[in-house]
Ligand binder design. Structure first.
Ligand code: XIL
Length: 397
């Protein structure tokens, strides 16, 4: 698909009109850049050495035909994350039944596109199987056995169709402590994350990466430190973790600078792990302008380009017409399917960058114990440490 040249012309206008608002400050867009923007974001990301530009997706997106042209275009999309269909609540509505229909549809779409899949998720704060979500009635041992069976079945079913699995989603508070307001804490205890990774390590199909996924890791130093500490604890009990993914649900009026975003990504890279941006979107709150939103999208993409271990950027939906932040104008296309300034801005960063602008420095890998004995079911629930009760916080604080 050729992207209309007005994207490029509009990009030129945008960057000329808002000096300092975006990552391309001081650079001159040439016809070379304009030609490159015909590539589409995935093709551009790949040219820059990234593995993908992607979006969340589920088969209900088919009702939005204005977006399906992008979801059917490998130049545009090179990676899909099932928005809901691979979550335990979708797969296991009752204890005895597994339903893979929704997840299989994402696999089929990804195969059609030649796209990677970030499989999402095995354990989360919510959207778990209903009997887990209750958070009571099963003891620690039985919960761990259930989890063992669940992960084995689901990881085997999707196999190497997954580039990675988000093994655990959103298990930390803003201050980097393990959340105590989630069913897994009540059922397993304080080490529920270590247990989840230990079990996933046992069942992972060859080459599938195991990730921890959370929000505000780009913004909260304490939370990021909590995630890095957690990765060390996982490894110290023989579990494996390959990636910490930054959801990056950010706000147009309140987000880190490109340097501090990059520095946060680099902390994960320096610890030897991949660091995808996994759910990027930018809400416009408090009168934030379209240009501010566009600058925030550009900045996040630029941060990923600067960090070799960032395999790509995934946006959490393409269009404002539906999705989890419906009404907040957080996406790249408007409700009528027209590209917003945010899209031209993101595309501008990708199309105006060349491989020499992009970091290819290898971060110093830390030794990661692999193949060592995986300890699971090892702590009694009585050894659980109690932390302050989690105060729910917005993704956008
Ligand atoms: C959201 C979906 O987009 C919604 O459709 C659903 O109702 C709730 O979950 N962080 C995550 C995603 O990791 O799984 C969430 O997805 C958005 C926040």
């Amino acid at each position: 698909m050729q992207f209309p040249s007005f994207f490029c012309i509009f990009s030129l206008f945008l960057y000329a009109a808002t000096p300092g608002s975006c990552a391309l400050r001081g650079e001159i867009l040439t016809t070379h850049h304009i030609r490159q923007s015909d590539e589409g974001p995935n093709a551009a990301a790949k040219r820059l050495g990234k593995i993908w530009f992607g979006s969340c997706y589920d088969s209900n997106y088919e009702r939005d035909q204005s977006m399906m042209k992008y979801f059917n275009d490998p130049k545009f999309i090179g990676q899909l994350t099932p928005e809901n269909s691979m979550k335990p609540a979708s797969i296991q509505r009752t204890k005895s039944q597994y339903d893979f229909k929704g997840g299989d549809a994402v696999v089929a779409q990804a195969k059609k596109l030649g796209a990677k899949i970030r499989c999402h998720f095995l354990m989360g704060p919510d959207q778990n199987a209903p009997f887990i979500q209750q958070g009571s009635g099963i003891n620690r041992q039985a919960t761990l056995e259930y989890l063992d069976g669940y992960m084995k079945t689901v990881m085997t079913h999707f196999g190497t169709n997954c580039y990675s699995w988000d093994v655990v989603n959103e298990a930390l508070t803003e201050s980097g402590q393990v959340r105590t307001d989630v069913p897994w804490y009540r059922l397993i205890g304080h080490d529920f994350v270590e247990q989840a990774f230990a079990i996933a390590s046992k069942h992972r199909p060859s080459g599938v990466k195991l990730c921890y996924n959370d929000f505000r890791l780009e913004a909260s130093a304490a939370k990021l430190q909590g995630a890095l500490d957690m990765a060390n604890r996982i490894k110290s009990v023989g579990g494996e973790i390959d990636c910490i993914s930054f959801e990056s649900h950010i706000s147009a009026s309140n987000h880190p600078t490109v340097d501090s975003f990059t520095a946060s990504l680099n902390r994960v890279a320096e610890a030897g792990m991949e660091v995808p941006i996994s759910e990027l979107d930018v809400v416009r709150e408090g009168g934030a302008t379209e240009a501010q939103q566009a600058a925030a999208y550009a900045l996040a993409v630029k941060a990923c380009l600067r960090v070799e271990k960032c395999p790509g950027v995934t946006v959490w939906g393409l269009s404002d017409s539906f999705g989890w932040l419906k009404g907040k104008q957080a996406d790249l296309f408007d409700t009528a399917g027209r590209p917003k300034t945010a899209f031209t801005s993101l595309m501008g960063v990708l199309s105006s960058s060349s491989k020499s602008d992009v970091s290819s420095e290898e971060a110093e890998p830390q030794s990661q114990p692999r193949g060592s004995t995986v300890k699971i079911f090892s702590r009694s629930p009585h050894s659980v440490r109690r932390h302050e009760w989690y105060r729910p916080r917005s993704h956008f604080v």
